[in-house]
Structures are given as structure tokens and as C-alpha cells.
Design a protein around this ligand. Structure first.
Ligand SMILES: Nc1ncnc2c1ncn2[C@@H]1O[C@H](COP(=O)(O)OP(=O)(O)O)[C@@H](O)[C@H]1O
Ligand SMILES: [Mg+2]
Length: 568
């Protein structure tokens, strides 16, 4: 205020508090700095979406340095054409809600490159609640999208791998067993058509035997896994099959079981093949054993053949020898008979001499001389001895003749013909042949009954008797008795041959008629004798039985129907 004297008298000072304004300015600066420096694009537009302003990040995202490339343009111009429709829908929502968060669009850069963005928009209103525009915050999400895509691709890769593999893969909630994921392989194995049918079901439903599941749970809890565990499972339609399960437990942070992740395979076919293979193998082993046995038997048969070949040639030889012996034997025996007659005559002559001489003189001298000579030559003794020697020779020759005859008939090749024959005679003939085998071993006692003639092949029956008699002699260690008894009972003839030999243990009794069963050393036994005997007796519709006691002896009994050979 200036006084009249034109000097300043005083100052009038008007003060206003601008703290608030300063504060507001500060805030404004801070905010605009924040908007300018943020890496997200911030664009402000008017109610018609015409861009009014933007920050540097917006220029950078849209690939320009010139703000005029954005300002004045419509926001929609920066959207890819196919996004406009969606954006218009979003606009309606924006107007209703007042904001939009995290919308994804594809946008244009200045160089026409399309890129993905995430947009959040808010309405701007004045004090009177009138719409003044929008704030759009946009973020370039190319990197994120790329990452997401690669995650998706990798996830898809594994998903298709898991889905398309021909093995069943599934996850359940562990001990509870609720199925929460299965692959196509699983559906195929179990015969389900969609996952919907399966998810949520309890895995126990596919087990044939709940015990199997219990067993699996036990292992999963104790060890945390199972490997190729074989279980009996069933398909949707109930068909059972054998599954092989491999599974691991998945645990949470606290160590509680969350899931079982399992792989399952249908191994029915493999099992069947394995079983078939196993059966085949067993069969091969059996066949192998049989082959071995057959080979052994073949070897024995070969030995036997050699032996019987030998026997056959001995037989032929014997027949020849018998024939050769027969000739000289017949003249020896007829000569002996003549000699006997001649000797008788000579004896008579000598006896008559003293009487003849007594009629002549000098008789007494002669008589004593004669007696002297007679004594010195032991004529009386000779005459006596000669007679018995001749008788013995005749008997011997008879015996030789009989043996030769038997030998001849025995060594004859067997003829396949039957006729009526006397069994007792057969036994006698056989005894003659085997006498040499028996005489040092046993006293042979015969009790041969009155038998009718039997319709049979006597040569073959003789072979049976021979084997039984030889067996009997071989069973006697030092000296014993062999008894032969024959009798008739009804329509049957019985032949009993018993010995006081070593006997046969009960456990071997059923084996003795088996071909090649022999307890004798090679060369002594072929094991064929009794098996052939049984065959021959069967041909006569008869039976052969054995009774034996170890240490006591053995009795073979043969029964043949009188018309045995005919009945056959
Ligand atoms: N009288 C018997 N006493 C004891 N064992 C016998 C008698 N007869 C047969 N055996 C037993 O039966 C087996 C079979 O007899 P066999 O078939 O004649 O064959 P091999 O006499 O060649 O051994 C003999 O090895 C022997 O062990
Ligand atoms: Mg024998």
C-alpha cells in the first residue's frame, strides 16, 4: 500500500496453503513416471476407442518410435481381423462390468507382424460419472505363448506315447483303488470302450480273486513297488486272463501313498505258449526216456540174438552130431548084442570042456592042467565080469541112443503145428537134455501122473520146461531138490516144477515174466526165458503161475487145457 506521500507504508500479504496441490503434483509426476517406465504398454483412448495417448512401452510393443503411429488411431485397428468379433463381445462385458482383465488377443505390429497380447481395460469416468475414455494395459505374451506351446507339444508327445502304446497304463488312488486314469491300451486289454466307463470304478472289480489285490497292496506298502506280478484278472465281459502288473507308489510330501502308477500286460497267450512248451518239453523228456529204454532193450535184444544165434548153430550142430553118432552107435549096439551072444556061447563052451575031457584017459592030469591055465587067465572072473560089462554096455548104448534121439528131436527147428502129445514124455526128453545142468545141483524127484494126451506143440512146451528146470538149477546154490509133478484135474493138465533154491523177493515177483528182466550175469541169463514161456502157455490157452519164498524155494505151476491148442 502506497501512502500519499508516495512511499511504501506497508505490504499486504495474501498467503494460500498449496500443500495439497504440491502433493497432487508430486503424485502426478510419480504416476506419469510409473506409466512411462513400466514395461507394459499403457494406452489411453477416448470413449470411441480412439487413442489419445500412450507410453513408450506401447510404442515398443507395436514396433514404432513415432507416437503418431498410434495416437489418433482406433484401438480395434491393431487387432487381427479374426479377433474383432471377440473384442466386440468383450466390449459389451467391459461396459457392463467397468473392466476386463487378462484377455488374450492377437495384435498387429507396425510391420504387420501378428503377435499375442494380454489386455486389461478399465473405464475412465469423470466426477459426474460420465465416460471419458479407457485405459488399456497390454503385454506382449509371445514368449509365454511359445513356452506354453512347447509345454503343450511335449505333453502331447508323452500323452500320445502313453495313449497309443499297447500296454495298459493306469493310475489309482492306492490302497482304496479308485481308478483315476487309464490309457487306451488299458481299455483295449479290459474290453471297455471309453474311459468314462472306467474312471471312478474300484480296481478290485477287475480282479478274479480279491486275495491277489490284497497281496499286491501288501507288497506296495512294504516295498513301494511290484514287478511283473502275475494276477488273475477279468475283462468287462467276465473273460478271465492272466495279467502281469508292474507298479510303483507315488507319495505326497508327508510320505503318504497318493497313487499307484501301474503298467499292465495281458500275458495269457505267453503263459499258454509257455505251458505248451513246458508240456512239449516234458513229452520230449518222456520220449527221450522211452528211447533210452528202447535202446537198452535193443542192446539186450542184440545180445540175446547173438546168444540165440549161437544156440541155433549149436542146435544145428547137435542135430548133425546126433546123426553122425547114430550110425556108429547102431552098429556098436547091434555088435554088442552079437558079442553078448558069442560070449554066452564061449562061456558055455568053456563050461562044457571038463565034461568032454572026462571021457578021455589022462583026464585028471589034463583037468588039473586045464584048471591051472583057467585060473592063471582068471577065466571064471572074466566070464562073470564080461557079462555084466556087456550088459552095462548094452544099457549105455541104449541110453546114448535115447539121448541122441532126444537131442535130434529137440534141436529140430520148431514147427508151428499142434498135435496130440504126451506131456510126461516131453518132460523126460527135456530132462535128458538138461541132465548135465541138473545132476550136480539137485536130486530130481519125479511124480508123473497118468495124463491124457494134450493137443499142443510139444516142442514149444519142452522149451518151457527146459527154461524152468534150468532156472531152478541156477537158483540152487549148493545142492537141493527139484520136484516135477504132473496130474490131471477136470479138463486141465497141471505141471508143477518146484525147487529149494534162493526164492524170489515179493517185490520182484511181478517182474519175472517181463522181457529182459534178469538178475543173472551176462552170458547166464537173457531175461527172455519166462517171457517166452508165458507167451507159449498163452498160445495153449493156459496159465503159468509162480509162488516163491526167499530162502525156501520157488514153485511154477502150469495149467493147460487138454484141448488147449484147439480152444485158441
Ligand atoms: N526158480 C527160480 N528161483 C529164483 N529166481 C528165479 C527162478 N526162476 C526165475 N527166477 C528169476 O526170474 C528172472 C527171469 O527169469 P528168465 O525169464 O528165465 O530169465 P533169465 O533166466 O535169463 O534170467 C531170473 O533172472 C531170476 O531172477
Ligand atoms: Mg531163464
Amino acid at each position: 500500500l502506497i501512502s500519499v506521500y508516495d512511499y511504501v507504508r506497508c505490504f499486504q500479504v495474501i498467503g494460500r496453503d498449496i500443500t495439497e496441490r504440491k502433493q497432487a503434483e508430486k503424485e502426478l509426476i510419480r504416476l506419469s513416471t510409473a506409466i512411462r517406465t513400466t514395461s507394459d504398454s499403457v494406452v489411453i483412448c477416448d470413449p470411441e476407442f480412439k487413442i489419445v495417448d500412450c507410453n513408450d512401452a506401447a510404442l515398443q510393443i507395436y514396433g514404432t518410435k513415432n507416437k503418431n503411429d498410434l495416437v489418433g488411431k482406433n484401438c480395434f485397428d491393431f487387432l487381427a481381423p479374426e479377433e474383432v468379433e471377440l473384442a466386440l463381445k468383450d466390449k459389451d462385458e467391459l461396459m457392463k462390468k467397468g473392466f476386463l482383465r487378462g484377455r488374450e488377443y492377437r495384435a498387429f505390429k507396425k510391420n504387420c507382424e501378428i503377435f499375442p497380447v494380454e489386455v486389461s481395460i478399465s473405464l475412465m469416468k469423470d466426477k459426474n460419472n460420465e465416460l471419458t475414455g479407457f485405459v488399456t494395459v497390454t503385454r506382449d505374451i509371445s514368449e509365454r505363448k511359445k513356452l506354453e506351446e512347447s509345454v503343450r507339444l511335449s505333453e502331447e508327445k508323452y500323452r500320445t506315447l502313453v495313449e497309443n502304446i499297447d500296454i495298459g497304463i493306469f493310475r489309482n488312488t492306492g490302497i482304496d483303488g479308485k481308478i483315476i486314469e487309464v490309457n487306451r491300451g488299458w481299455l483295449k486289454i479290459f474290453g471297455y470302450s471309453s474311459k468314462k466307463e472306467v474312471l471312478g470304478k474300484n480296481v478290485i472289480e477287475v480282479y478274479c480273486d480279491p486275495e491277489d489285490r490284497k497281496e499286491l497292496n501288501k507288497k506296495m506298502v512294504n516295498k513301494g513297488f511290484v514287478k511283473n506280478m502275475e494276477v488273475n484278472l477279468r475283462k468287462k465281459d467276465g473273460t478271465p486272463f492272466i495279467g502281469s502288473i508292474t507298479a510303483v507308489t507315488i507319495k505326497d510330501d508327508k510320505g503318504n501313498i497318493k497313487y499307484y502308477d501301474c503298467v499292465i500286460e495281458d500275458i495269457t497267450e505267453r503263459k499258454n505258449t509257455e505251458n505248451a512248451l513246458w508240456r512239449k518239453n516234458k513229452l520230449i523228456l518222456k520220449k527221450n526216456r522211452e528211447l533210452h529204454k528202447a535202446m537198452k532193450e535193443l542192446k539186450s535184444a542184440q545180445n540175446m540174438l547173438i546168444q540165440s544165434e549161437k544156440m541155433a548153430s549149436i542146435g544145428t550142430l547137435a542135430a548133425g552130431v546126433a546123426h553122425e553118432i547114430n550110425n556108429p552107435l547102431s552098429y556098436v549096439s547091434s555088435n554088442i548084442k552079437y558079442i553078448k551072444k558069442y560070449v554066452e556061447k564061449m562061456e558055455n563052451f568053456i563050461k562044457e570042456l571038463p565034461e568032454v575031457f572026462s571021457k578021455f584017459p589022462f583026464y585028471s592030469e589034463f583037468s588039473s592042467e586045464f584048471q591051472k591055465i583057467k585060473n592063471s587067465y582068471k577065466i571064471d572072473f572074466i566070464l562073470e565080469d564080461l557079462t555084466s560089462a556087456i550088459n552095462e554096455s548094452i544099457e549105455g548104448a541104449e541110453r546114448v541112443k535115447k539121448i541122441v534121439q532126444d537131442l535130434k528131436s529137440f534141436s529140430h527147428p520148431v514147427v508151428e503145428s499142434m498135435s496130440y502129445a504126451n506131456i510126461n514124455e516131453g518132460i523126460e526128453t527135456t530132462l535128458n537134455i538138461v541132465w548135465n545142468e541138473l545132476k550136480y545141483k539137485a536130486e530130481v524127484k519125479k511124480e508123473l501122473g497118468d495124463l491124457p494126451e494134450v493137443y499142443c506143440n510139444i516142442q514149444k512146451l519142452n522149451q518151457v520146461f527146459m527154461n524152468i528146470l534150468v532156472n531152478a538149477a541156477q537158483a540152487i546154490e549148493n545142492h537141493g531138490i527139484i520136484k516135477i509133478k504132473t496130474y490131471v484135474k477136470g479138463e486141465n493138465v497141471f505141471i508143477e516144477i518146484s525147487d529149494t533154491g534162493c526164492g524170489i523177493p515179493e517185490k520182484n515177483l511181478h517182474k519175472i515174466f517181463d522181457a529182459f528182466y534178469s538178475t543173472k550175469e551176462i552170458g547166464k541169463g537173457t531175461g527172455l526165458g519166462l517171457s517166452i514161456a508165458q507167451k507159449i502157455i498163452k498160445e495153449h490157452s493156459g496159465i503159468i503161475n509162480v509162488k516163491s519164498k526167499v530162502g525156501k524155494g520157488t514153485t511154477f505151476t502150469i495149467r493147460i487145457p487138454v484141448n488147449g491148442g484147439k480152444v485158441k
